[in-house]
Design a protein around this ligand. Structure first.
Ligand SMILES: Cc1cc2nc3c(=O)[nH]c(=O)nc-3n(C[C@H](O)[C@H](O)[C@H](O)COP(=O)(O)OP(=O)(O)OC[C@H]3O[C@@H](n4cnc5c(N)ncnc54)[C@H](O)[C@@H]3O)c2cc1C
Length: 380
């Protein structure tokens, strides 16, 4: 079988090169993940099925058996031991040479008609920020030019994995502060937990990125202007009240800023005291009345902000939306409308949170497509 890769730019694997801050977070150990939806807000059902063909263990084995040693970090992210994405690129290029695959760079495809010489076509054009072929992202949601068979269903693409702009100078002054927090969009079920980083533009960190992924479409529909509730303790209301009351009993004569509950960073604690107690932010713990305790509890568990916009996350950015999963065969990813036309990677309506999940989805879907095409060609 002759295989040709047609690449618009002058280098293949440009995104792998810059991925993971140049280290390429190539998969994840999936440890502790019981529900794939928590890491794949879109596409989890299809991936569950395709993981039977090729999952993270297969990806791990695929790299290691070809001489690329991997390391799994404490946060379950998997990187090449070399800590360089070039190692992954070198392996893919080596494999293409070994298998006699032709790579034609600088070859932008604008229409399926240009591919009529090929028996099978796999479209892997990536997310919305990349040049797209065949009117893939056009407003009408058509895959093919007018008049040529039926269009594919496109789920309109919107960005995922971004940070939030928050117009609150007092908060922004805490830039650099990291805290384990839970965040949610009030009135919805969308919530996420993990490290939250306060930045000079608002909020970032894994829990914000996760929430941006879960709420990608809602945020887009609301022009990135929605309320955000932060629980700085990740605890329940009664647990927070109890801890505050314990401090009142144990440190009645100590000033509030001098004793920090929940191991909150000092600057954040001062900020929350100012915000909830105003002129009483330096009062002794023992002097807090019930009303003040309630206000402090409320700010600790439900500190509300207005998201004022989307700020890019420099390390990872993916597209939510793409080729509808209902338009493809769930085992082979072949188009239901166009025989011998397949889709893999981010062009499909599959996307994950940060942590190597997006590459894993790309490896898995590519494997499914390659296997299907090989078997259609009568090869294994
Ligand atoms: C900065 C950054 C860092 C990231 N880091 C990670 C990470 O560490 N771990 C992780 O899991 N995910 C990461 N991601 C996400 C991950 O890179 C993508 O999910 C993944 O690259 C998708 O692979 P793909 O092959 O589907 O698309 P892409 O990697 O985008 O590749 C698509 C290719 O198609 C080419 N192309 C597009 N249109 C045409 C056309 N008309 N004709 C010919 N060629 C065309 C493009 O030039 C490109 O080379 C990161 C993303 C970004 C932006």
């Amino acid at each position: 079988m002759d295989v040709t890769i047609l690449e618009a730019s002058h280098h293949v694997l440009a995104k792998v090169k810059i991925s993971g801050g140049g280290r390429c977070n190539c998969t994840n150990s999936f440890e502790g993940i019981n529900d794939l939806q928590s890491v794949y807000p879109r596409g989890h059902r299809l991936l569950k099925r395709l993981f039977k063909q090729f999952d993270y263990r297969d990806a791990y084995e695929w790299f290691e058996s070809r001489g690329v040693k991997l390391v799994t970090q404490e946060d379950h992210c998997v990187f090449p031991q070399s800590q360089s994405s070039q190692t992954i690129i070198d392996l893919f290029l080596h494999e293409t040479r070994r298998l006699g695959i032709t790579i034609k760079t600088g070859t932008r495809i604008n229409s399926l008609d240009e591919l009529s010489a090929y028996d099978f076509i796999a479209i892997t054009t990536g997310g919305m920020n990349k040049p797209q072929i065949l009117n893939l992202r056009s407003a009408e949601g058509r895959l093919l030019p007018e008049g040529r068979k039926k269009p594919h269903t496109i789920v309109s693409p919107v960005p995922s994995l971004f940070t939030f702009t928050i117009e609150d100078q007092a908060l922004r002054d805490l830039m650099g502060t990291v805290v384990e927090a839970s965040v949610m969009i009030p009135g919805t079920k969308m919530r996420a937990s993990g490290p939250l980083l306060i930045t000079h533009w608002g909020m970032s960190g894994p829990c914000i990125l996760r929430l941006s992924s879960y709420a990608a479409r809602q945020l887009s529909e609301n022009n990135y202007q929605l309320p955000l509730s932060v629980n700085w303790t990740s605890l329940k209301e009664n647990e927070v009240q109890q801890e505050l009351m314990t401090f009142c009993r144990q440190y009645p004569h100590k000033q509030l800023p001098s004793m920090r509950p929940f191991e909150l960073p000092q600057r954040l604690w001062n900020y929350l005291l100012d915000k909830s107690l105003q002129g009483r932010a330096h009062a002794p713990w023992g002097s807090l009345n019930q009303k003040e305790l309630n206000r402090l509890t409320n700010i600790l568990i439900n500190d509300t902000y207005q998201i004022a916009g989307r700020a890019p996350f420099k390390d990872e950015f993916v597209t939510c939306g793409g080729i509808s999963l209902s338009a493809v065969n769930p085992s082979t990813l072949e188009s239901k409308e166009h025989p011998n036309l397949y889709f893999a990677g981010e062009v499909l309506d599959i996307d994950g949170v940060t942590g190597g999940f997006n590459f894993q989805a790309a490896w898995t879907t590519a494997y499914a497509v390659a296997t299907a095409i090989s078997s259609a060609c009568g090869q294994s």
